[in-house]
Design a protein around this ligand. Sequence first.
Ligand code: SAM
Length: 390
Amino acid sequence: MTEPKPLRAHASCDAGLEAVVLAELHALGVTDARTAARGVDFRADWRTIWRCNLRCRVANRVLVSVASATVEGRDPLYDLIVSLPWEEWFPVTRTLAIAAHGVTPALTNTVFTAQLCKDAVCDRFRRVTGRRPSVDLERPDVVIDVRLRGRDVMVSLDTSGARLHLRGYRAQAREAPLRETLAAGLVALAGVDGATPFLDPMCGSGTIAIEAALRARRIAPGLQRLAPGTPGFSLTRLSSFDRRAFDDEVAACRAEERPAPARIRASDRDPRAIRVARDNARLAGVLTSIDFSVADVATVTSDADRVILITNPPYGVRLEAEDAVERTWSTLGDTLKQRFSGSSAFVLCPDRALERALGLSPTRRFPLYNGPIEVRLLQLDLWTGHRPSP
Ligand SMILES: C[S@@+](CC[C@H](N)C(=O)[O-])C[C@H]1O[C@@H](n2cnc3c(N)ncnc32)[C@H](O)[C@@H]1O
């Protein structure tokens, strides 16, 4: 018997996190993978695609390509989409939505492109089955992803559906929460593995500490999306879905869970933020793994020879006046210098002025995006005594 041909897949992510997603895919058994712009292209079977949806912490969505071609204009795009065997990939009873990205000289409006593709998919179903699927833009069963770039089009089944950062644990948020996938990216870049104690001294709604706890405890981030009332995954509504094999993947995830090996702390000066963070941690199933406290960063101390500290201090864009923000950054810098020697700190920083206010030289700067804001994750190795020579 010949092996089925591997699927061509793409795990999308935020700019700057491609290498982290590549490492995640390698850890999940993917061997044929390479980074691309804002994502990783790879080849895999369906079971691996399900595993990626359940376990990837940093990817935004996992697409399975069904066609790629060069098309010029509306009619060739319609002809391509109508020629594809959609009826083999999902039943007509599924609701669908099209996510169109990018423009070309002939297709300048993504809403129009989405409608054109929707008509082509529905026409295909009507021709083959006599019925047409319904469209549901709010909670579609199946999402078809159409990306135009230059004259090239890539058509994919979006196996995630709702973006993977929607883990299901963030019922509430305080000001300026980080997206869960970005928080998980910071945790990965900082090398959090659970063995070293962790601290976020300005934790807000707790996203970074919760992602650190999920990773330390080896809890697959997608498991919560299997509960009723959550968006779930589109992959479960495709014809390729095999409930028994999928349940085996879920059981394998659960079998790996463990208690957190080292202490995970999260604090904030705002008691309302800590209440929200605790609620979110409870929903994520990691409340017992995180010590939450109300504290100003000026008073926070280290509780071990080495901790990994990751934090996302206020930027001043939405939250506070500039002077007060610079003072907060300088207080954070003082705390790190005075009480965290021997530790590694990772601070998400939007500009040079705030980096200067911190008063520490980073060993490394990772360029990232926090939504539309270009930021750097500053790695600060807080040496004890003299800085070692390279
Ligand atoms: C940008 S928010 C953090 C958001 C968080 N990463 C999340 O995902 O929800 C910054 C946080 O720093 C806290 N903060 C500001 N000044 C502080 C200080 N001096 N000590 C402790 N926390 C402070 C604020 O209360 C706010 O919750």
